[in-house]
Design a protein around this ligand. Sequence first.
Ligand SMILES: [Zn+2]
Ligand SMILES: [Zn+2]
Length: 144
Amino acid sequence: MICNHYNFVKMDKIGAYLSKHEIKPSLQRLKIFEFLYNNKNHPTVDSIYTALSPAIPTLSKTTVYNTLKLFISKGIIRSIHIEDHEVRYDADTIPHGHFKCIGCGGLFDFPFDHHLQLQTNLAGFQITEEHFYLKGYCKLCGAN
Ligand SMILES: [Zn+2]
Ligand SMILES: [Zn+2]
């Protein structure tokens, strides 16, 4: 569950990173981005809220949700809709695929670059969103 194919944001640079993407860096926004950056297991709104609310008592789930929506609209995070009942979030915007284990529920990243095929097969089409999902059993669950 580790995205190790990017490392472009230094922790002390998050404020500048948000500003660069036209996001006013409030404390809550900084903390939410920092959490996403440090937790590459694709957290949900609930898990972000649960993790941050002890340190930020003024935080609400609505704020978390709206902040994530803002981040998505500015292109600095992506949402993952691999299941109907849960949305997860990813600070890794470099195209990669997700593998969902139906055994343990883990969501794994894998490098995946299909742009060459798309340029050929969808020449002239404008892609505004892309998702590549696989489901199955991870190495640990498949062994049982
Ligand atoms: Zn598993
Ligand atoms: Zn990912």
